[in-house]
Design a protein around this ligand. Structure first.
Ligand SMILES: [Cu+2]
Length: 133
């Protein structure tokens, strides 16, 4: 009775390190942690304004507001538009995690606050086939 209860537990615990190791060996590009890309927002510019990623790559945009106005970043992707839930106040940092489109192309990014887009806060997410593989 006692053995039949503890044995499955021992077996389950024994398998955990194996799974963890298998995960680490996989291609980091499509599995696990996203690649962090830092983008600085100023009044009124994104640096860099061109972000290059691989198709389907999991990325985390770390937006740092070094301006004196609130800023946000919005990506126009085939799956829809995504942005930070709230605009960042000056000195604030926010992160936006998503998977890049699988289709190569140039996708618009901009700051959706006020008229910032018209003031120059516009750029591109460039999905380039092959280069990063
Ligand atoms: Cu802005």
């Amino acid at each position: 009775m006692k053995l039949s209860k503890t044995l499955p537990l021992i077996l389950a615990l024994g398998t955990i390190p194996v799974f963890a190791q298998a995960k680490d060996n996989k291609d980091q590009k499509h599995q696990g942690e996203p690649r962090v890309i830092e983008v600085v927002a100023t009044d009124f510019e994104f640096k860099p304004s061109k972000i290059e990623v691989a198709p389907g790559e999991k990325v985390q945009i770390k937006l740092v507001n070094q301006g004196e106005k609130p800023h946000n970043i919005e990506f126009e992707l085939p799956s829809g538009e995504i942005e930070l839930e709230e605009a960042l106040a000056p000195k604030e940092t926010g992160t936006l995690t998503f998977e890049a489109p699988k289709k190569a192309g140039k996708y618009v990014l901009y700051c959706p606050v006020g008229m910032h887009k018209d003031h120059g806060m516009i750029g591109h997410l460039v999905v380039a086939q092959g280069e990063k593989e």
